[in-house]
Design a protein around this ligand. Structure first.
Ligand code: HEM
Length: 506
């Protein structure tokens, strides 16, 4: 892909650049960083020619006041970008990192990530996997193993015609959710987060099973519910573990480690048992993701580890993203009505630019992973500074900051799905109505290691939003301010209270 040529074509030195980040205030991964581990370093052959300023010249906070709080690292980093510019270096706990918020530099970072892109893994998970000899799926894999698995899984997850398989599974699960909400009899949606975790897992299982899902899902309903509850706990406990070294916590047999191990054990065992029940059924079925995996020649062990991680990866990301989307629609009733009205004119909902705009806009404002991480494989120039190979530099892309900056998105704090509608190329805002730098919002990351579940997640969110808005108006009952805080991923600072009112017009 990109190469040393790109490195050579680095932008001008920061001293000569205008500060991209103007002052602004706004309200989320320390957990992923504090005590974070990086994948093992690989030997590099040769090094790129030195073209940038030395890394020591990069802005750092120095004596500036302010301490990062784990739950509000995104706010701390946002403030630092305003003070120091789009690229700066800081130490968060034991980890030193280069923070990048400029969309062009963010894209360049992916271009320089190498053949085997490396990201940061939560220390507690890595320690658990090593201690108990657990082999995990794509997110935890590295090097040739990772590449081999991605090459097997990419066609199954990302090819265009996969949309139909995803669509019918998502539709089915969305309709079940709406039926439950219709039947619940109260306006307030009880345990919204827990219900959405379950919805998220149900969808992955429906996609895995294909047409067999309907006939068999009832058998596993209780297991899936139990698993959803446990995955929820796993994320809470991983967040708690982020404040302490996993090795120290394990050696001291601290209760936080024991709780973490217990929830992870339960989740992995329950997920494994589900997958083992599904595999024999799917060997004879006509469609479904699991059937595709079996046919692609994957071993049973590989299938189990990849599927378990899909179940876990899908749980929080999609559930929380849909939760943020419902929150934004409830908070902006006029936009909600505009979207609901547009649904009556849509024949192919997946092509609705407005509904897609709703999802893009929610992920721009509330990216569940507000920092993307890359460990640069070799010396490279980012933001005009040379990152040397020996320093093992960690680069963090500040999605929260880039997604809410007026240089990238006019009126950045506004929930404005129309901004993603295409316009003519002569428009002052480029090819979108209200987007100046589309790559400033990349909630699924970019490049070879980007989210493999993106197509599924988008299909899931679009079909479910449509199913909900066709029959309900959503109201926000919280009167207090809701901020984004980090609990490994971005969550609301206080539980959302959403109410449903049957829709009379559409
Ligand atoms: C709105 C929902 C989602 C968001 C925002 C999201 C976001 C992300 C991000 C940011 C990454 C990290 C990429 C990197 O390090 O560069 C990732 C990786 C991953 N995601 Fe998602 N994700 C979502 C839903 C899903 C779903 C539904 C699945 C499973 C079916 C899934 C499976 C994965 C896996 C397996 C990886 C690791 C890929 C690898 O390392 O090769 N994600 N996701």
């Amino acid at each position: 892909m990109w190469s040393a040529l790109r490195v050579a074509a680095a932008p001008p030195a920061p001293a000569a650049r205008p500060l991209l980040m103007a002052a602004r205030t706004s309200p989320s991964l320390p957990s992923l960083l504090a005590g974070a581990r990086t994948s093992p370093r690989r030997r590099q052959h040769g090094s790129a020619p030195r073209r940038g300023l030395p890394i020591d010249a990069m802005p750092t906070p120095g004596d500036l006041p302010g301490t990062p709080s784990p739950a509000r690292l995104h706010e701390y980093v946002d403030q630092r970008h305003r003070q120091l510019g789009p690229v700066f270096r800081d130490r968060i706990g034991p980890v030193s990192a280069v923070f990048v918020a400029d969309p062009d530099e963010m894209r360049r970072t992916f271009g320089l990530e190498g053949k085997y892109p490396m990201h940061v893994l939560p220390d507690a998970w890595v320690h658990y996997n090593q201690l108990y000899g657990v082999k995990r799926g794509l997110f935890f894999m590295d090097g040739e193993d990772w590449l081999r698995m991605r090459r097997l899984m990419n066609p199954l997850m990302m090819r265009p015609d996969q949309g139909d398989v995803f669509s019918s599974a998502c539709q089915h699960v969305a309709e079940s959710l709406v039926s439950r909400w219709r039947a619940q009899g109260t306006r307030l949606i009880n345990d919204l987060e827990a219900q959405l975790y379950k919805w998220s897992l149900d969808t992955v299982i429906a996609v895995l099973m294909g047409p067999l899902y309907e006939a068999h899902s009832h058998k596993w309903n209780d297991d899936v519910k139990y698993l959803a509850q446990n995955i929820h706990k796993v994320f809470l406990e991983t967040g708690n573990m982020s404040l302490i070294s996993a090795k120290d916590a394990q050696e001291g047999q601290l209760s936080v480690w024991k709780r973490f191990v217990s929830t992870v054990d339960t989740s992995l065992t329950t997920a494994r048992s589900l997958v083992l029940q599904m595999i024999p059924l799917c060997s004879d079925s006509s469609a479904g993701l699991l059937k595709g995996m079996i046919e692609s020649g994957m071993s049973e062990d590989d299938i189990i580890k990849v599927v378990i991680d899909f179940i876990i990866a899908a749980g929080d990301t999609t559930a929380l993203s849909l939760q943020w989307t419902l929150y934004l629609l409830a908070k902006n009733p006029t936009v909600q009505e505009q979207v609901a009205t547009s649904l009556s004119q849509e024949t192919d909902i997946m092509q609705s630019a407005l509904v897609r705009g709703v999802v893009r806009e929610a992920l721009r404002l509330y990216p569940v992973a507000p920092f993307l991480t890359r460990i640069m494989p070799q010396s490279c120039v980012i933001g005009g500074y040379e990152l040397p190979p020996k320093a093992r530099e960690l680069v963090l892309l500040s999605l929260f900051t880039s997604g809410r900056h007026a240089k990238n998105f006019p009126d950045p704090e506004k929930f404005w799905p129309d901004r993603w509608l295409r316009t003519s190329h002569e428009s002052p805002h480029g090819s979108y109505r209200g987007v100046l730098s589309p790559h400033a919002s990349m909630p699924f990351a970019m490049g070879a290691r980007s989210c493999i579940g993106r197509k599924l997640a988008e299909t899931q969110m679009i079909t479910t939003l449509t199913a909900i808005l066709r029959v309900f108006q959503i109201e926000l009952l919280n009167t207090e301010n809701i901020d984004m805080v980090l609990r490994l991923v971005a969550v609301p600072s206080t539980p959302l209270k959403l109410a449903l009112r049957p829709r009379t017009t559409i």
